[in-house]
Design a protein around this ligand. Structure first.
Ligand code: GLC
Length: 739
């Protein structure tokens, strides 16, 4: 026993020595030496200047910049103007500290890709990474060093307009997409000439806003916070992300922008994040509206203490918070200068890693592989748009349409509109590069096919002046392609909806066109799940096309005419009604699991409990059959990996890609657990008749959860493994985890 204690002591001593050495090493690195030296020369005002981000280029901002009072700008997207301001910072201020220029490059800079919710439907992280890389190339060429993306807020409430900007309802899919985005934006090394800093936002749980109302209160358990909303941020940090953005919402009584528990306890102490945190737009100043700060001075105090490093936005409109308040707080000894130094160090660290001290000026002169041909950008944009499309219904194989069809009419307010294809949060789109749905179809069919167009009605409001004309034309056509949905302004920030039906009189248009008896295919253009029950029940072909960006028309036409076999899967549940919300696949059993034959179970008296379309759902023009699922070993110990294998057969006549999804269930645990959780997916292409065995590896951490004491643990017991092409149609096996 004595030897064991001695051994344990020696091991502990060894670990302690290693930790101290690592810490000392980090502090003595060239990077830290550079930061130590620079910070030691800075005045308090210059330090605070590094914590202020200014909105746009204007005389007041320039004046403050000259005095060393600004460290960053946002919303300037002209390289020459940026270089002009950078010259002032580098050559006309006392210490010449370079600016870092941030912008919202959410789904493309010039080349506009599908909105993030659409890209998530591709379940193709590699492709999402390529798109982010292109965005980074175009951003840096135009002077932007830092993007306020990826937005990784998990969203289970489609009333919330910002669901469009994120990757859907699931932490595993969201984490994979977060990682891919960071790797795309930041490349191999932040200092690479084509890399930009990324920013995971909005930290944290912004998507859990009560009633789906933007900026609304969030009140969730710590377990839900840790198991649902935090994982994509952790994945971004593990991928090396440079920055995070703190959110507008209050979280369990403490605003996210003054929340020490999330901003310091979790972010710094548990996760060891060494980048910096920028506030959201005046979210520090808004602590006064949250009524946790009596004035901006107290707001500055709360935020800097909690761990928000930079104030987005100090400007003449919303008024500054960190400047001048932090200086007063230090002079009154209400906060130590050391706390300012820590934030300054984190901001300067990212500027250092970006190489801004060596190369502060932007250029569009790149050589060799650093240039990216437009054709390659278009190819990636088209492929991502294609893979983002989800086939929701294909009754009697109305799709794909035959190319020798004699006459088509394309109807709908979103059929011939370039701007609307871009979706929310575009950066500097090139509108003439956008292909409308009508153009995509016209370019797809042979010359002999007549393609007519009637708008039919407006997206919103009562404008129905062309419904009769649309009906008349539809009667004489071989097929109708009906393009309906939301305007791009109906999702994104400050765009929550209380109803999720088609807006305006579009439903009337759909029903009148359907009544003509001409075969109809509906293409949905939207930034969130819609309660399209009537369409789902009555229209034989339904395609979810979201907002696909530049290549919208070509991608939709490729799918409609079978040049691309749709492979998209829903990253978010489609409810039947607003009344079902929040509805998501990873729900719990409850003590009275739904039973259609028992009144006293978890259900409604006026609605099914099932969604209109479940998470992970998406059809193909071919058929994939899952069989022969195996788990090896079927009994395993806590620290062993487990291999799950399954056969997938393409039993149809068309080549296609399938997203095989792996779900796990912990049958019995010390706290209630979801009935299933996504823990893996693989997208694989199969030729007609081809059978492929694919394997997933379950590592122990996938079985862990937060117990009653909020400790992340794994418990022995039985686990079910479910594999399939969506979250409902699965085949199962099980294994036992033994102590
Ligand atoms: C906005 C958004 C945030 C964005 C920031 C800068 O209000 O909430 O996502 O990055 O301000 O534009």
């Amino acid at each position: 026993m004595k030897q064991v204690k001695q051994l344990l002591l020696e091991i502990l001593l060894f670990i302690l020595i290693v930790l101290i050495q690592t810490q000392l090493l980090a502090q003595s690195s060239p990077e830290e030496k550079f930061l130590d030296s620079l910070i030691s020369k800075m005045t308090l005002q210059e330090k605070i200047g590094q914590l202020v981000q200014w909105n746009g280029s204007n005389p007041e901002g320039e004046k403050r910049l000259r005095n060393g009072g600004i460290g960053s700008f946002l919303n300037i997207r002209n390289r020459d103007e940026i270089n002009r301001l950078q010259k002032i910072a580098v050559e006309e201020t006392r210490l010449g500290i370079p600016l870092i220029i941030g912008n919202d490059v959410i789904h493309g800079y010039h080349t506009t890709f599908p909105i993030p919710l659409a890209s998530a439907a591709s379940w193709n992280p590699e492709l999402v990474k390529k798109a982010a890389r292109i965005a980074a190339y175009e951003a840096i060429e135009n002077g932007t060093h830092w993007t306020f993306a990826p937005m990784v807020d998990i969203a289970r409430d489609p009333r919330w307009g910002r669901i469009a900007e994120g990757f859907g309802e699931d932490p595993w899919l969201g984490s994979m997409m977060a990682k891919a985005s960071v790797e795309g934006f930041q490349g191999e090394n932040l200092a690479d000439e084509r890399s930009i800093a990324a920013c995971a936002k909005h930290y944290v749980a912004y998507g859990a806003a009560i009633a789906g109302m933007d900026y609304n209160t969030v009140d969730i358990s710590e377990r839900t916070l840790r198991e649902v909303y935090l994982p994509p941020f952790h994945a971004a940090i593990n991928a090396g992300i440079a920055t995070l953005m703190s959110a507008f919402n209050d979280l369990n009584g403490i605003p996210a922008s003054s929340n020490y528990f999330t901003l310091t306890q979790i972010l710094r102490h548990e996760w060891g994040f060494d980048g910096f945190v920028v506030s959201d737009y005046n979210s520090i100043g808004e602590l006064v509206y949250h009524r946790v700060a009596a004035d901006k001075s107290q707001a500055a105090l709360e935020a800097i203490r909690a761990g928000v490093d930079m104030d987005l936005v100090g400007d003449t409109i919303t008024g500054n918070v960190y400047s001048p308040n932090l200086e007063r707080l230090v002079n009154k000894k209400e906060i130590s200068e050391e706390i300012i130094n820590e934030s300054v160090r984190r901001v300067l660290r990212i500027k250092y890693r970006l190489g801004l001290f060596q190369n502060p000026y932007s250029t569009n002169q790149y050589s060799g592989e650093e240039t990216l041909p437009d054709a390659e950008k278009k190819r990636i944009a088209l492929q991502l748009a294609r893979e983002s499309i989800v086939l929701l219904k294909n009754e009697n194989n109305i799709l794909p349409l035959k190319k020798d069809v004699k006459s088509i009419v394309v109807i709908g307010p979103l059929a011939n509109n370039r701007d609307e294809m871009l979706g929310t949060w575009t950066c500097e789109p090139v509108i003439n590069n956008v292909v409308t749905i009508l153009e995509g179809i016209r370019w797809k069919v042979p010359a002999g096919t007549k393609v007519h167009y009637v708008k039919g009605c407006e997206i919103t409001g009562n404008g129905r002046n062309e419904i009769d004309k649309a009906v008349r034309v539809a009667k004489d056509m071989d097929v109708v392609v009906l393009v309906v949905g939301e305007s791009k302004s109906m999702s994104g920030e400050a765009a929550s909806r209380a109803e999720l039906d088609l807006p305006g009189v579009q439903q009337e248009l759909v029903q009148k066109i359907h009544a003509t008896g001409t075969p109809v295919v509906v293409v949905l253009i939207n930034g969130r799940p819609l309660t399209v029950n009537w369409i789902s029940e009555n229209i034989p072909g339904v395609v979810e096309a979201w907002f696909l960006g530049d290549q919208a028309g070509n991608a939709v036409a490729d799918v409609l005419f079978g040049d691309y076999n749709p492979s998209g899967k829903l990253p978010v549940t489609f409810p039947r009604s607003v009344g079902q919300i929040p509805i998501y696949y990873s729900h719990k059993s409850t003590g009275r699991p739904f039973n259609p034959h028992n009144k006293f179970t978890t259900k409604y008296i006026d609605s099914p409990v099932t969604p209109l379309y479940p998470f992970g759902y998406g059809l193909s023009y071919t058929k994939f059959v899952y069989s022969n699922v195996k788990v090896n070993p079927s009994q395993t110990h806590l620290n062993e990996n487990i291999i799950v294998s399954v056969d997938i057969t393409n039993s149809g006549r068309m080549e296609g890609s399938e997203v095989a999804q792996l779900y796990l269930r912990d049958r019995v645990a010390s706290v209630t657990r979801p009935l299933k959780e996504l823990k893996g997916f693989q997208k694989t292409e199969l030729k007609p008749g081809e059978i492929r065995t694919i394997a997933f590896t379950i590592i122990p951490d996938m079985l862990s959860f937060y117990n009653i004491n909020m400790k992340k643990i794994i418990e022995p017991g039985m686990f079910d493994v479910m594999v399939g092409g969506n979250s409902e149609d699965v085949i199962s096996a099980s294994f036992e985890l033994v102590q």
